[in-house]
Design a protein around this ligand. Structure first.
Ligand code: ZN
Length: 745
């Protein structure tokens, strides 16, 4: 061993050694003592980032430890390829437009493959011991066929339907999105109080944030409560009049107001007043207008009162209106303009801060969403709330605090899952066609099918394929627990779609798998979607445990992002320090919590590596050949063996409870303090005098330390192990259970 570890050499040699012995990382589905991890397939729109590093290091840590326990571990690596972010990269960076479909899809494939190549190298460099022979991409033929097969299965079971419905639409991304991808953002806005003339010579006062939807108004709703007329003939809720100290001229019971006709200004439409239990009496004036569609209530009321559907917003977010001044304007521009053209009817304008339904799942979009009616595919989840709440009870979420996020979300479900995406080329198409107004699935033997390309396959069905629709990308990734089993069962076999039903039944036998690991920011998408899809498809839960991690923040506690310029490339850290030092830092994070990048911890990890190296050099210098097993124990020997045994027991506990940072601290303390500072010092004299017991213990305990540190620092431990012990195997082929046997006669 040299004076200092040279990671340029160590990394290269060890990675070569692992790749040469890749069967050690191989999962064999036919062997027992399985431990199966459902790992997150990263999106392939960009390079690997620090979040990926944390994710894969955690998984690898557990995988290596479990192998040392003798498990047949499945650590799959996958890549989630489709989606808008890649389309945007191809359009903006490669300057390729979507006009020529084939050229565009080809460019997306090239982009994706380049990113996969780069990410693969980074994941490998991190020390990830994934199964080299089962790497999957969501654009593999067999992956696509499997996804389409699950859609056909759900369709045949009546779980998927096609219907026309006001869907959430992102005008900026020009696509439909699901409620899993939407959220509320706080924004400044205006509450505009508008006077609407009635046929009895008064005015109804309503408060709205969306005056630009005026053309879609078809009904006025009031609460079942007290209303009053104030000065200037304004009709408002009694509570509003009182709060604003308005002079009350007369009171109305809500029934007296029903069926009065109201004229909508500028468009001169006459609409009715109806009372409804869902009107919030305390908001604004306690009177609302119903417009198709401003929010989810409008959807409900439109159906309840069978109102006409008058569309005011186009797919690109522009106003469609008979009012010339706003027709064709962007929604926000029209909203501003309305303040001017409505001025004779505006009573007052209040500045407010309110929650706007937005495209939150994509941090570079965040655009407000609109409701636009379209014919699409839906998975019927609206009525499954109780069932999903039951299913999740049998999954242990770690840490427990993250469970609330999931339960809140489940309780939040108020619409079916819209799984159609339009205007996306870089996506998987549906295996369905339309004929005589009905939807039919294609035959299994034609999977996968892409009607945009497979013109021959499509012909025989003599129906209309939905070439402009692709599936929500979460449909592809929400079956990863099934996919990884599918890949394990079909390794080295040629793909044959006819075998899908039989394989599908076989896969069910292995559910639930042991663990899902993922970030909290995709609980309502990936976690939720997988629980729903796998249960609907198999009647079984996807996993027994779900380990949730936080996000990596910069040293100041801000989210790492391109726009802030504070992202750190994991390769930079590995170049400057080592993959092991990076691992050391990520493993100090606690589940569920956001985690600040800390150069101090990385340096502290690197210092520990040097310490470990120096102990190795001391042993190399003092013990020239494998010492003979002699155990004539002195007090100091008994003490170090006792601590070691205790630590091995504690380690198992920590791993079982996913307390990785405590594991790291435990073995750092043991190696550095208990062993190096204490035991090594105490035995120096004995070593000089060639004490056989001391020599044997030094040699064996250091080996055990390397083995126990291996899941944290795989490179350096493997390298020293190969240098010192020459046992003609990888360090991971040792078994924790057998280690204490080395210390008894
Ligand atoms: Zn968007």
């Amino acid at each position: 061993m040299d004076k200092r570890p040279d990671y340029k050499i160590i990394e290269k040699e060890i990675l070569n050694l692992w790749n040469k012995n890749k069967e050690i990382f191989k999962f064999d589905i036919n062997k027992d003592k399985r431990y199966i991890i459902d790992t997150p397939p990263p999106f392939t729109s960009g390079e690997a980032h620090m979040g990926h590093a944390l994710e894969f290091i955690w998984i690898d840590f557990l995988a290596r430890y479990k192998r040392l326990e003798g498990y047949n571990v499945y650590f799959p690596l996958g890549f989630d390829c489709h989606g808008l972010p890649t389309e945007l990269k191809v359009i903006n960076k490669l300057k390729i437009s979507k006009e020529n479909k084939e050229q565009f899809i080809k460019a997306c494939i090239d982009w994706t493959n380049n990113m996969i190549e780069s990410m693969y190298k980074t994941f490998e460099r991190l020390g990830s011991s994934f199964d080299r022979d089962k790497v999957y991409k969501t654009i593999d033929i067999k992956y696509e066929a499997f996804v389409q097969y699950t859609l056909i299965k759900m369709f045949n079971d009546g779980l998927i339907e096609r219907k026309r419905y006001p869907i959430m639409w992102c005008p900026k991304c020009q696509t439909a999105i699901s409620m899993q991808e939407a959220g509320y953002l706080e924004k400044d806005g205006y509450l505009i109080y508008m006077k609407l003339p009635t046929d009895n010579g008064k005015y109804i006062l309503i408060a709205t944030t969306r005056p630009e939807l005026i053309n879609s108004c078809s009904l006025i709703l009031i609460a079942k409560n007290k209303y009053v007329e104030t000065e200037n003939n304004l009709i408002v809720s009694k509570i509003y009049a009182e709060k604003n100290n308005l002079k009350i001229i007369r009171e109305y019971d809500y029934k007296e107001l029903e069926n009065i006709e109201v004229t909508i200004p500028l468009i001169n439409r006459k609409v009715k007043i109806i009372s409804d239990n869902d009107v919030d009496y305390n908001f604004g004036t306690g009177i609302v207008w119903v417009c198709t569609y401003g929010d989810p209530y409008d959807i409900k009321w439109k159906e309840k009162y069978n109102l006409p559907e008058i569309i005011s917003i186009s797919e690109d977010g522009r106003i469609i209106s008979s009012i010339n001044e706003i027709n064709g304007l962007k929604v926000e521009e029209a909203r501003e303009k309305m303040k001017e053209i409505l001025k004779d009817y505006i009573h007052k304008i209040e500045k407010i801060n309110h929650s706007i339904l937005s495209h939150t799942e994509r941090s570079d979009c965040l655009s407000p969403l609109e409701f636009i009616p379209k014919e699409q595919f839906f998975i019927k989840i609206k009525d499954l709330k109780e069932k999903i709440l039951e299913w999740q009870k049998n999954i242990k979420i770690i840490p427990e605090s993250e469970l609330n996020r999931l339960i809140d979300w489940i309780n939040n479900i108020d619409q079916d899952w819209n799984i159609s995406r339009t205007k996306m080329l870089w996506g998987l198409t549906f295996p369905f066609y339309e004929k005589d107004g009905k939807i039919y699935p294609v035959n299994i033997e034609d999977l996968p099918i892409d009607p945009r390309i497979d013109k021959e396959k499509v012909k025989k069905y003599n129906g209309k394929f939905l070439e402009d629709e692709t599936v929500d990308v979460w449909i592809e990734s929400s079956i990863t627990p099934l996919i990884i089993l599918y890949y394990a069962l079909t390794e080295n076999k040629e793909f044959n779609p006819k075998e899908l039903p039989e394989l599908f039944n076989k896969i069910k036998e292995y559910l639930p798998v042991d663990l899902r690991q993922q970030g909290y920011e995709i609980i309502r998408t990936w976690l939720f979607d997988t629980i729903v899809r796998v249960n609907l498809l198999t009647n079984k839960n996807p996993w027994k445990n779900a380990l949730i991690h936080g996000m990596v923040l910069d040293e100041k506690g801000r989210k790492m992002s391109k726009s802030l310029g504070n992202s750190i490339n994991p390769n930079e850290i590995m170049d400057k320090y080592s993959p092991d030092a990076l691992r050391y830092w990520t493993l100090l994070a606690a589940p569920g919590n956001d985690y600040r990048f800390g150069i101090k911890d990385i340096e502290s990890g690197q210092a520990f590596i040097i310490k470990l190296w120096n102990i190795g050099r001391y042993i190399e210098m003092n013990i020239k050949e494998k010492p003979e097993k002699v155990l004539e124990l002195k007090d100091e020997d008994k003490e170090i063996i006792r601590i070691l045994e205790e630590n091995i027991k504690k380690s198992k506990e920590y791993i079982d409870q996913f307390r990785y940072s405590e594991y790291v601290k435990l073995w750092r303390k043991f190696a550095w303090e208990d062993f190096a500072n204490n035991y090594l010092e105490k035995t120096k004299e004995r070593i000089r005098n060639n004490d056989k017991t001391a020599k044997y213990l030094l040699y064996i305990i250091y080996k055990i330390i390397l083995i126990m540190l291996h899941p944290i620092l795989p490179y350096i431990t493997e390298y020293i192990y190969q240098q010192l012990y020459k046992e003609n195997k990888l360090i991971i082929e040792n078994k924790i259970d057998e280690m204490m046997d080395l210390l008894i006669l």
